[in-house]
Design a protein around this ligand. Structure first.
Ligand code: GEK
Length: 240
């Protein structure tokens, strides 16, 4: 279904939530809003193929409809892996469960409707935060990353994708504008772009790559580098 949630003028724009209306258009919304989204989803599968260890867990935190979990499930060759997918939107979780019922596979996927800051992360070889950390309050991000690092096995990997901001004002304005140009090229109107931006204010809180990198190192990762970037959207590989 095509996303037209912000197509008409809304008197009062309430804060963005992942409710049933969003879930019904989510695949179209994320594809047309996040530059490089499908490339990142494909690469998450390839990285999981390389890093998933036998008898370990692969986590998709903030799984939405499970695109990253399904990409991992398609590629993982290691024996006896379990995918654990978590989201705190019940509409997303039931949408993903519906999808899973239609797509059986030998690799089990457990889906939990809970806050990712509340879950136990253990015996993990791969952890994915694909455009999710940006919705966690900044003060809580370090603890979550520490817990992920702690739950990763030696040789484990975190894939962290985020919308970025930039220290330099000109760079920030340019990259933000290019993102809007990307959305316009995907068929969104100026009104849709503007109303969505208002709805996301104080809900999606981007940070610079420098802050992410330093926090990942502070959380115990040995290195963190961008492997993909398209305007102000980037994906980072952090190695335990
Ligand atoms: C994808 N990874 O398609 N606990 C659990 N889930 C949360 C929390 C939280 N505290 N905060 C937000 N979410 C997906 C896309 S979307 C990104 C991820 C976007 C969930 C929220 O319910 C939503 O489903 C997801 O994080 C963010 O690869 O829409 O920009």
């Amino acid at each position: 279904m095509k996303d037209s949630i912000y197509a008409n003028p809304l008197g009062d724009i309430s804060a963005f939530t992942f409710d049933e209306d969003v879930v019904s258009v989510f695949p179209d919304m994320i594809q047309r809003s996040v530059p490089g989204y499908s490339t990142i989803i494909t690469a998450i599968g390839l990285l999981a193929k390389r890093y998933a260890q036998p008898n370990s867990h692969c986590y998709d935190l903030g799984c939405s409809l499970g695109a990253a979990a399904l990409s991992m499930r398609e590629q993982i060759a290691a024996q006896n892996c379990r995918i654990i997918a978590v989201d705190n939107s019940s509409a997303m979780v039931s949408g993903f469960e519906d999808r899973l019922r239609q797509l059986p596979s030998s690799i089990p996927v457990d889906v939990f409707c809970t806050d990712i800051t509340d879950i136990n992360i253990e015996n993990a070889s791969v952890v994915v935060l694909n455009f999710t950390l940006q919705f966690i309050p900044i003060a809580d991000r370090i603890v979550l990353l520490q817990r992920i690092n702690h739950g990763l096995l030696p040789g484990g990997i975190l894939i962290l994708s985020e919308k970025l901001k930039f220290d330099d004002d000109k760079q920030n304005a340019l990259q933000t504008d290019m993102h809007h140009q990307f959305k316009k090229a995907q068929g969104y109107s100026d009104l849709e772009i503007c109303q969505k931006r208002t709805a996301l204010e104080n809900v999606l809180i981007p940070e610079t790559f420098g802050l992410h990198q330093q926090r990942l190192l502070d959380a115990g990762f040995s290195s963190a580098e961008v492997w993909f970037q398209y305007f102000n959207f980037a994906s980072i590989i952090a190695l335990k």
